[in-house]
Ligand binder design. Structure first.
Ligand SMILES: Nc1ncnc2c1ncn2[C@@H]1O[C@H](COP(=O)(O)OP(=O)(O)O)[C@@H](O)[C@H]1O
Ligand SMILES: [Mg+2]
Length: 473
């Protein structure tokens, strides 16, 4: 059996003990020690780490076996491993937060299926490696969720569709509603802290939020701990102010942007100059979802949705198109005053969905260009066969093409229409020789195809010039 040494910086943490493959020996053996550093491997006589799952700023997570359960149940052992450069106050804060995860999991883990249960929390004192003094380590044992976190899933499967992120949003919002109603703010919502079990259910991990320790004060309940993940945390959290349910909602919206765009360097989508997220040119979603995300992402905590339930209601609300956008996307770069928000949390009803300008992706633009060129070519050939006049054909084709392009910009024609319409036009021409303009079918295909390629090239060129100009100007 492979047993993994949990001593930080152990040069060779993998240990192999063939005798432990026998369950009777595994259950009765007194202790095993790391063959490299001498660290006791069976933690509190019970848990055997087998593999490293991940290492964060202040800890490491290991997959482990609980030898005192009939099926040698798998579990996760997290070890507190603070960096060496912390001041005594920072170290104490980090340790308090590690303990906080244990406290939170003990309180709510057993109440909600999608939050891991706490199994144990204990310190271990061991002789230090190469020195005479002793080291103390803190461990937290929790339920193992057999699956992948969303960061791993994103790396494997690529961008999520709108439908997929809506399913994730619904599930996590329900979970957050439960957590917030217990008076707990997660503070570190991000893809690597959301786990998808093999059975499809999502779980929320990492209630310690031991990520970054600053000199920010801790104590007042609800105060920010100065702990956050860059890019996911809203202004009030970064400034060490009060945190709210809407702090988690902001991070959930950033998480959604990451899944939708596949952009792992998520801060790239934030425009510091205008102090707003510029994500809509990276992905196309319905105006309904775009509006909800934009509201979750507002800088001022009191202008966002105030509860997970409000976002859920907004998602499920019937979609009423409203002509102009009501969201103030030009939010000034103000950091909310903690006291003001603390005393006056304003509850805002979700405003009706509005329609921010919908962007087209580059694939859509080039697809549309190919469609226009090919369809235009077919129409021109058919019209020329009927009208026998080049000038009239040009004018009539341009007119029809103009209507088709307008329909595309309004999304009256989109997606499969771009294949179906040319297919029908081609079929009509194919079966009516009177529309062939004296050309063979091959020539018709070549001419229309060439027209499609030319429009793609011209569109790509114009887009390039546009991009260059917008960079220069
Ligand atoms: N209960 C769990 N079940 C399965 N995998 C887990 C569990 N807890 C943590 N992990 C894995 O280990 C990684 C790091 O654990 P996490 O609790 O997020 O700690 P941190 O981010 O503080 O290092 C997670 O992203 C996840 O992939
Ligand atoms: Mg984590």
């Amino acid at each position: 059996m492979e047993v993994y040494c949990t001593r930080p910086h152990c040069p060779r943490p993998q240990n192999n003990f063939p005798d432990l493959d026998d369950h009777a020996t595994l259950r009765t053996v007194q202790q095993k020690y790391c063959t490299t550093c001498g660290m006791p491997l069976i933690l509190v006589g019970r848990y055997l780490p087998t593999r490293l799952l991940g290492r964060g700023g202040f800890g490491a997570a290991f997959l482990a076996r609980d030898r005192y359960t009939p099926g040698m149940r798998q579990c996760v052992v997290k070890q507190f491993q603070p960096a060496g450069n912390l001041s005594p106050t920072q170290l104490q804060l980090a340790q308090d937060l590690f303990e906080r995860e244990a406290v939170v999991l003990e309180e709510i883990g057993h109440l909600h299926e999608q939050i891991p249960d706490l199994f144990a929390y204990f310190p271990v004192i061991v002789p230090s490696f190469q020195a005479v003094q002793q080291d103390q380590f803190f461990y937290l044992v929790q339920e193992y969720i057999d699956g992948q976190d969303l960061e791993q899933e994103l790396a494997q499967k690529g961008k999520y569709s709108e439908q997929e992120v809506l399913e994730i949003l619904r599930e996590i919002l329900k979970l957050l509603k439960f957590v917030h109603e217990k008076g707990i703010i997660h503070r570190d919502i991000k893809p690597s802290n959301i786990m998808r079990h093999r059975n499809g259910k999502l779980y929320l991990l990492d209630f310690g939020a031991v990520k970054q320790v600053t000199n920010a004060p801790i104590g007042a309940s609800g105060a920010s701990t100065g702990i956050y993940s860059m890019g996911f945390a809203p202004p009030e959290q970064m400034s060490g102010g009060q945190v709210f349910p809407s702090t988690d909602l902001y991070a959930l919206a950033v998480t959604t942007l990451m899944l939708l765009t596949g952009e792992t360097q998520i801060t790239q989508l934030f425009d510091g100059y205008s102090n707003q997220w510029k994500w809509q040119s990276h992905v196309t979603v319905s105006t309904h979802l775009a509006h909800i995300l934009d509201k979750m992402l507002l800088s001022a905590a009191n202008q966002r949705y105030q509860s997970a339930q409000e976002v859920l209601e907004a998602i499920e609300a019937p979609q009423k198109p409203v002509p102009s956008t009501k969201i103030n996307r030009r939010q000034p770069a103000v950091t909310p005053q903690p006291q003001q928000i603390q005393t006056q949390p304003q509850v805002q009803k979700p405003s009706p969905p509005t329609a921010p300008a919908q962007q087209f992706s580059i694939v859509e633009i080039l697809g549309g260009a190919a469609f226009s060129g090919f369809e235009g070519g077919l129409i021109a050939i058919a019209l020329f066969s009927l009208l026998k006049s080049a000038p009239i054909t040009v004018v009539a084709s341009a007119l029809i093409l103009g209507i088709l392009i307008l329909a595309q910009t309004r999304r009256t024609i989109e997606k499969w229409d771009l294949l179906i319409i040319p297919a029908i036009t081609f079929a009509i021409i194919y079966f009516l020789p009177v529309l062939h303009a004296g050309l063979s079918i091959q020539q018709i295909v070549i001419l229309s195809g060439a027209a499609g390629l030319v429009t793609i090239a011209v569109t790509a060129l114009f887009r390039l010039i546009y991009k260059l100009l917008s960079l220069i100007l």
